[in-house]
Design a protein. Structure first.
Lengths: 228, 260
């Protein structure tokens, strides 16, 4: 091809792909999808609390049937979270550099708060993730943790309004993060199409709501003594 | 004819290297039939007659087709009307006594030249990287020698309506040039003439966008809401798809090839 033709002659490498903001967003979208898939399954599992201590503890034990599968899943999830946060921070730095002088006046016509504050809803989720693992997985932050008695671990803590409140607020952030994220990933991955874009937004909102509301139903059920 | 007065807080900045600040001006006797730029012309006449420095802003066609004009009015690119450049914006869209804030596009890739005028050469470099087709010149090709489906022609035309004003970058919370580059990549990508260089084009233009330091797309939709040509963010999804596809599937060029 002659020197005047459009663009580079050699195929891009993985680093050059990731160097573009589009590449970083592809990583965010894929790792975000892993996370979204996880929260859907995790939420559905949590609803088992409603069935009482015995069945819920049996379900929790079932999840630990194979240490190999458990750790494989944990590794994929951890890897996704790390790549997701890494890309988020890199994009945040690029965005800050792209507009060094802020507007004195800025108005928004279309951008929703959920879309503008992904970094903050994401940061809240990151902080929640750390607390949540230390709370219910390792028991480090749990005052009466009993290994294997997941029903007790959950219900004893959600009776405390402060703890339940932390979880409820975090689920509000999850709703905001997912309602925009699940739609945005269809753009980032090039799956969006004018014919389906309204459906995509609807599905994103509905899925985000179902996941957040499903999670929130557990502390609410314990708090209102429906489950104890 | 209705006339009224406005208070303007205008960003004044001597050059890219000097700090700027807002200066307040009165605009008396504004006719509702004036365009926004004509209103500024009158303010500038007064400034010149009283020994002041006129407010610098870009403009050329004043009919919404060249893409020269553009600044923020109360935080919205090109002002309050949708699908309207600031040169096409009429003063009947404003009320007596209103206070307006005029700011230049704020983007590291668009350094301020003076006051409300910014340097958008970054866009030119993105186009130069691949926003064209390498066509042999010479005698004109027969009409309809290459067939283009009507929906594709329409989509190509919609994308080609981009005048490169920079409002998308200016209004994006991340200072992203995704809508501009997607429009330029899209309008050639929908046409048969754009196919031979399609992979190269998206790779080269996206690389140049990266080099210019624009931010990323978060799908806020703010760009399409202010675009004077109403270009939609579905083109961004298509650019992302092209970029992914080219990154995965582009074939290397053989040093000797095509000899069978
Ligand atoms: C439960 C955990 C999480 C899930 C399920 C999740 C999911 C998602 C999804 C699906 C997206 C859309 C990607 C796209 O726009 O293409 C996204 C975007 C984003 N996530 Fe997360 N995320 C999680 C945690 C986090 C954390 C811990 C952070 C930490 C900072 C974070 C920061 C972001 C940011 C900043 C974006 C938007 C990127 C942008 O377009 O500017 N997320 N997330
Ligand atoms: S001056 Fe040409 S588009 Fe406004």
């Amino acid at each position: 091809m002659s020197a005047t033709s459009a663009g580079a002659a050699s195929p891009p490498t993985a680093p050059s792909f990731y160097k573009a903001t589009i590449g970083k967003k592809v990583v965010m979208a894929l790792t975000g999808t892993v996370g979204a898939g996880f929260v859907v399954v995790h939420m559905a599992g949590n609803l088992g609390v409603m069935g009482g201590a015995e069945s819920f503890n049996r379900y929790a034990a079932f999840l630990k049937t194979s240490m190999l599968v458990l750790w494989a899943a944990r590794l994929v999830l951890l890897g996704s979270v790390v790549l997701h946060i890494r890309a988020a921070l890199q994009l945040y730095a690029l965005k800050a550099a792209a507009r060094p002088v802020p507007y004195a006046k800025k108005a928004y016509r279309a951008a929703t708060p959920a879309s503008r504050f992904m970094i903050w809803s994401g940061s809240a989720l990151g902080a929640f993730l750390v607390f949540h693992i230390l709370h219910f997985t390792t028991g480090t932050l749990h005052p009466s943790f009993i290994e294997g008695n997941v029903f007790h671990n959950v219900t004893s803590e959600f009776q405390k309004p402060l703890i339940a409140g932390v979880y409820l607020v975090s689920m509000a952030f999850l709703f905001l993060h997912l309602r925009h994220g699940l739609y945005s990933l269809t753009q980032s991955l090039g799956l969006s199409h004018p014919r389906y874009v309204n459906t995509a937004k609807l599905v994103a909102n509905a899925l985000a709501f179902v996941v957040a509301a499903g999670f929130a139903s557990v502390p609410l059920a314990v708090l209102t003594a429906v489950v104890r | 004819m209705r006339t009224f007065s406005l208070t303007l807080n205008v960003w004044r900045q001597k050059s890219a290297s000097e700090p700027g600040k807002f200066v307040t001006y009165k605009a008396p006797n504004v006719s509702e039939h004036m365009s926004f730029l004509e209103m500024l012309d009158v303010v500038n006449d007064d400034l010149i007659l009283t020994g002041g420095e006129p407010i610098v802003f870009d403009h050329d066609c004043r009919e919404g087709i060249c893409g020269s004009c553009g600044f923020m009015i109360n935080g919205i690119a090109h002002g309050p009307n949708r699908a309207t450049t600031v040169c096409q914006l009429h003063m009947r869209s404003f009320k007596d006594g209103e206070e307006l804030w005029l700011e230049p596009w704020r983007s590291a890739a668009f350094p301020v030249v003076k006051d409300l005028a910014v340097d958008r050469s970054a866009f030119d470099r993105v186009i130069a990287a691949g926003g064209f087709v390498t066509a042999p010149t010479g005698s004109a090709v027969d009409g309809n020698a290459i067939l283009v489906p009507k929906p594709d022609a329409d989509l190509a035309m919609d994308a080609a309506a981009c005048i490169g004003c920079g409002a998308c970058v200016a209004s994006c919370p991340n200072g992203s040039a995704a809508l501009f580059s997607a429009a330029k990549i899209g309008h050639l990508g929908f046409l048969p003439q754009g196919q031979p260089e399609r992979d190269n084009r998206v790779l080269a233009m996206v690389e140049q966008v990266t080099l210019e330091g624009f931010g990323h797309c978060t799908s806020t939709g703010e760009c399409e809401a202010v675009c004077p040509k109403g270009i939609q963010i579905s083109y961004i999804a298509r650019m992302n798809r092209d970029y992914l596809k080219a990154s995965i599937a582009k074939r290397p060029e053989a040093s000797v090839g095509g000899s069978g």
